[in-house]
Structures are given as C-alpha cells and as structure tokens.
Design a protein around this ligand. Structure first.
Ligand SMILES: [Zn+2]
Length: 439
C-alpha cells in the first residue's frame, strides 16, 4: 500500500509517457507481496431469462435489426444476408399465400434472427410495419410464413393535474401519454389562451387510449370530456355528435355552447408569443419612441406549419420586402387575417381554405430578426387584437337538440366531477407575472 502511494506521488511529476513507463517498471519489478488476494467469487451459471418477441426467444439467436431502404425487396434482402436465389425462390413459393412480401415500406424495421452457430445463418425474417402488425418467415428447416395482426384495445382512461410549469410537463410528470397535451389543447384551442396558463390552473379529462398487448399505448383515441380551470374560470367540454351531421363531433360546454370559435387562437401550434398587439410599444432601437405593433408575433422554428385560423378565401399570396412571403385570407365581410414572413406559401389567390388548413411554413423572409409568424387580424377594416375579441361561436346546438344534449352529458359530467385532483392546488394568483409560456 505504502509503495503504491509512493509510486503515485512519483508518477504525478512525470509526463504521460513517463507515467506509463514508470508503471511498467514498477509492475515488472513487483515481487509477490503478502497483501491478501481478493477472493475469487464463483458465480453460479444462471441462464438469461427468455426474451420473447414475435414468438421466439431472442436469446437463442443473434438479432439483427435494420430498416427498409429504397430499392430493397424481400428477395434482395435475403440475398444480401447470404441466402442465394434458389433458396429465396423456395421460400417465396412456400409462403406466398401467407405473407405479402411485396408491401415493404421504406424506413420500416425488419429483423433477422441468426443461428448462434460457428457460421451464423439467417433463420427467421420478421417485418414489422407498425406496432400491431408484423409477419414472420422461417427461412430454414421447416419453411413457413405467418402474418400476425395484434388486436388493438381501446380503453377509457381518466387523468387530472395541476399545472406548475407547463401543461406538457404536468402530463409528463404523471406519466401520461404526451399526445394528451395536444388533444386537450385542441379541445380548448378556442377558449383558453394556452400561451397564458397560470400556475395552479388544473384539469380533469376522460379519454380513450388505444393499446396493443394491454400495455403498449399506440395513441390517444379521443377526448370524451374535460374540465379545465384557467385563471379561476372553470370550463367543461363534452364531445357531442350532432345527429344532423353524423361523424362530425364538436365540443360543447355545460350550457350547450360550442367551444369552437369561428377562429383559432393561434395560427401555429405550441409556439411562443414573442410580441403581442400593443399600440404603445416602445423600442429602444428607435430612441424609445412609440412604434405600435398591430400584429401578434408567434415565434416558432423555421418550417413549422402555419394554419388558416378560420374558413375563408385567399385574397393575397405574395411577397414584399417588409412582409416577406405573406398570405391574406378574407373570412367574411367582417374579418380578414394575414400571416407574414413565411418561408414558403402553400396557397394561391382564390383558394378556399378551411380552419386549420396549412397555408405556408414559418420562415424569416422580409423585415424580421428571427423565425416567427406575424399574425394580423382585421375587424371591419380596422386592425385589432384578436385576443381581445369576442369571437363568434361555431355551429351552436340547435334548440330542439338541447334536451338530448343535456341528457347525454349528465352522467359524463358526474363522472368528471368525481375525479379528484391528485396534486393539491396552490393558491391562485391573478397577476400575469405567473403566466406560463407554452413552448
Ligand atoms: Zn409582428
């Protein structure tokens, strides 16, 4: 021990080469010492637990996973892995009724199971285009093919949460499917300003999620009902399919008002408002003079899709030095909107667009210092703040349907009210310093 310490001190003063040389020297000169030798632990041989996938124990094979590339065919892949054509032909003839090997999608994974012999040979080929479907071809011994479709189960789920940082993080902290954030913000896209959530805002949600093998989520199916308390204001949402428009669902509140507005709150999803409508904006660069900003800037990365916030007709799709690539949509006699600084425009003058349709992509053309979309909103020819407008409700429930609607939502509302908030809400504060930005 003493010696080791000495050696280390010594080595600290040497260059790296010296260190290595020195160590060899000392190791070489070391004579057996009396220091106790570490006892050798004898480990019992425990076989690895089987890793079952596609009906095979993967421990029995060398597993090679690759992705389909352009030009790949089932035959060429086998040939690349050491199976020559006569054998490939034999395989193809035997499996042609069980497996359709012609439908290979670029980018999808395939797996080859190799024997663990001295000369490994591929034994099994598996192609899995999605989580619930795959096919298996046994290539050697008894050749066979099998196409397997696992059933997808839709399970009703409940969740709740209190927001301290962002909706996304709240969902994450509770191990909820990330997509739930998007679904929930879609339901409330018109009624809640997701750019200004408050600490202590909370939600409850009843939704359906799709599962394969009972545990692997393959995505949110839909939101049946939700409750969102924003800024102390409760807002229910119930999915309802009007018998008049089968297949068309909308979300309505507990007094049968449509949550959807004729306008979306934002032309881009999950961006950040970098500058709001502000008639008294002062800019240091201009000597602190007032330079009103009549648009709302949504910062988002280049290439983010820009959506029409409401149905309408494209009246301008053009380029100017200040605006860059921009699109103007006339919605009706009252409203029109404009979207500036696009990287690329997707629509032409005269096109009819629907709410949510992509009309271009975020860029930084024109007079701008960073990627964002400047969203301008006109009401009767005057540019106004879209966040201050009482925007018209989309398709209300007709009076003759209201009774049916209230009867429909009654048990759902009861179920929703029974969900408790798992986290204790913190005291609600009304000043905007607590506004949370959604990124
Ligand atoms: Zn702007």
């Amino acid at each position: 021990m003493q010696r080791g310490a000495l050696k280390w001190t010594f080595c600290n003063f040497q260059t790296f080469v010296w260190l290595l040389g020195g160590m060899f020297f000392f190791v070489g000169c070391q004579t057996p010492t009396n220091t106790p030798v570490d006892e050798v632990e004898v480990l019992e041989e425990i076989p690895d637990p089987p890793v079952m996938k596609y009906g095979f124990n993967l421990n029995d094979y060398e597993v090679v996973v690759k992705k389909i590339r352009r030009g790949d065919t089932f035959g060429s892949l086998l040939e690349n892995h050491g199976i020559d054509y006569p054998e490939v032909y034999q395989v193809l003839t035997k499996i042609k009724n069980e497996v359709n090997v012609r439908k290979l999608q670029i980018g999808k994974p395939y797996t080859l199971l190799y024997s663990k012999d001295t000369i490994p040979t591929p034994k099994v080929f598996i192609y899995q285009p999605d989580i619930s479907n795959y096919w298996v071809v046994q290539l050697r011994d008894s050749i066979y093919g099998q196409t397997i479709s696992k059933p997808i189960k839709t399970i009703e789920q409940q969740a709740s949460g209190t927001i301290y940082s962002s909706l996304y993080e709240t969902m994450q902290a509770q191990n909820l499917n990330e997509a739930l954030t998007y679904y929930l913000s879609d339901v409330y896209a018109w009624s809640i300003d997701f750019f200004r959530l408050q600490k202590g805002d909370r939600f409850k949600v009843i939704y359906t999620e799709k599962f394969v093998d009972d545990t692997i989520s393959v995505g949110i199916d839909r939101i049946k009902a939700a409750y969102f308390e924003n800024n102390g204001q409760p807002l229910y949402a119930f999915e309802f399919e009007s018998p008049k428009l089968p297949g068309m669902v909308d979300y309505f509140d507990d007094s049968a008002k449509n949550l959807r507005r004729a306008f979306l709150q934002a032309p881009v999803k999950f961006s950040r408002i970098s500058s709001r409508y502000n008639l008294k904006r002062r800019i240091a660069y201009y000597g602190n003079r007032i330079r009103p900003h009549k648009g709302t800037d949504f910062a988002a990365s280049v290439g983010t899709p820009i959506m029409a916030t409401a149905n309408g007709t494209v009246v301008k799709s053009s380029y100017t030095r200040g605006n860059g690539n921009y699109v103007t949509i006339q919605h009706n006699n009252t409203y029109s909107t404009q979207y500036l600084h696009m990287k690329k425009r997707k629509v032409r003058v005269g096109d009819f667009v629907q709410q949510g349709d992509v009309i271009g992509w975020v860029g930084m053309t024109g007079n701008t210092s960073g990627p964002h979309v400047c969203y301008r909103f006109w009401k009767r020819g005057r540019q106004v703040d879209p966040f201050k407008q009482k925007l018209p409700e989309a398709e209300p429930i007709s009076n003759d349907l209201k009774q049916e609607y209230f009867a429909f939502i009654e048990p759902i509302k009861e179920a929703l009210d029974c969900i408790s908030f798992d986290l204790e809400p913190i005291t609600f504060q009304s000043n905007n310093d607590n506004a949370i930005t959604q990124n």
